[in-house]
Ligand binder design. Structure first.
Ligand code: PMP
Length: 404
């Protein structure tokens, strides 16, 4: 059982008022708020430990390195990776996917090779593959989805050819909330000897992710969506794959030795981590993961599931409200439109009531085209949201629709 009031006290920002109204923060898919332990960790490390990691013999540098590498272990345990060599720190999901698109592309993609993504991807799981395709002459294949917002599994199977080199798909959709059947998606890809990258940006905060159980080859996610600081992300990769891939960026940290004639690269995971990492951020990120683990990701998933079902039921009572994304297995992102009210107008008026939602295409323009709309209003839930907040949202929408 989650003690929601106690949790809310951990997040000072939730006490804020906007326009004189209590803040109702329903934009968690964009970014989550931070508990005090995370923010305190940043201040404490800058005040008492700060030193550059890895290279120093002095006390502070060693302590900072221990914290930074300790965070890598926390991430490893959180997703149940086999080794810390498989945890690469990046700036976020976007950089993780760009890293893989570059390095995998350099090693494995030849003209005419195919990469598969789905129709429900975020731009950050589309554009890096397009860049790779134009660089290498590869072909992007798109797995279609149903009107409910589910991957069409038969169509997916049919898209495989002997040129398919990688499947890259979102674990949970940031627009539709769909939790994709990733186990099955991975099994099918593996039957064709094709590796899979999952974009886990919207999964990690909400459901248990076990990379070994999934047998996923690569997994990308961001700290700021799981109650951690901005500017940190992770690319998980199976060691057997990462060993084969060339570096993404060059610089300090990622080398073993450098002469003007030749450079040899550092071992995993440092081969992919050029330059000074955000070591203060990684410590705070680990605190965020510890915070989530202390509550329990299963308990969070259960609570958010109930809240999503409640929100969906209540929203459906509103006349003229249409929900986009009605998959059987769904996380806490709820996209909707009401009557012919523009999503931007609805979002702006909700904001005046203290309710933070997101409007627009949610960085998924091809999905909007598939749905035949220009955008939606999206309410997305986090572990600190309550039924009372859903009631405020529903009452707010009702009030606004009465005005139109
Ligand atoms: N993928 C999905 C599904 C997302 O929701 C987001 C963030 N909206 C991203 C990728 C990109 O994450 P970031 O901006 O943290 O790199």
């Amino acid at each position: 059982m989650i003690d929601i009031q106690k949790i809310r006290e951990d997040f000072p920002i939730l006490q804020r008022k906007v326009y004189g109204k209590p803040l109702v923060y329903l934009d968690n898919a964009a970014t989550t708020q931070k508990p005090r332990v995370v923010v305190d960790s940043i201040t404490e490390e800058y005040y008492s430990v700060n030193a550059n990691v890895h290279r120093g013999v002095h006390f502070l540098s060693q302590q900072a390195t221990e914290l930074h590498e300790g965070s890598r272990k926390t991430v490893r345990d959180f997703i149940n990776a086999q080794s810390t060599n498989e945890i690469i720190f990046t700036r976020g999901t976007t950089e993780s996917i760009n890293l893989l698109a570059f390095s995998f592309g350099e090693e494995f993609i030849k003209p005419g090779d195919e990469i598969m993504i789905s129709a429900m991807e975020h731009h950050s799981n589309i554009v890096p593959w397009q860049l790779l395709s134009s660089r290498k002459g590869a072909v992007l294949k798109i797995i279609p989805i149903s009107d409910q917002g589910e991957i069409l599994m038969d169509e997916y199977q049919k898209l495989f050819t002997d040129r398919t080199k990688l499947v890259s798909i979102t674990h949970v959709s940031n627009v539709l909330g769909t939790i994709n059947p990733v186990r099955e998606i991975i099994n099918i890809a593996h039957q064709h000897d094709v590796p899979v990258l999952l974009d886990g940006a919207q999964a990690i905060p909400h459901i248990k992710v076990d990379v070994q159980e999934l047998d996923v080859d690569f997994y990308a996610f961001s700290s700021h969506k799981v109650y951690g600081p901005t500017g940190i992300g992770v690319l998980y990769g199976k060691e057997k794959w990462l060993e084969k891939l060339p570096p993404y960026q060059g610089g300090g940290e990622m080398i073993q030795s450098v002469t003007f004639e030749k450079t040899t690269f550092n071992e995993l995971p440092f081969k992919f981590e050029a330059g000074t990492p955000d070591y203060v951020g990684t410590t705070a990120f680990a605190k965020a993961l510890d915070y989530v683990s202390a509550i329990g990701i299963e308990a969070i998933a259960q609570y958010e599931h109930e809240l999503t079902q409640y929100a969906t039921r209540q929203l459906k009572q509103i006349e003229g409200l249409r929900i986009y994304g009605e998959a059987a297995d769904k996380g806490g992102a709820i996209s909707f439109l009401v009557g012919d009210i523009h999503h931007f107008d609805l979002g702006t008026l909700l904001d005046r009531l203290g309710i933070a939602v997101r409007t627009g295409h949610h960085c998924a323009q091809p999905l909007m085209q598939r749905l035949g709309i220009t955008g939606t209003v999206r309410a997305s839930l986090g572990l600190y949201n309550t039924k009372e907040e859903i009631d405020i949202l529903v009452a707010g929408i009702q009030r606004i629709t009465n005005m139109f």
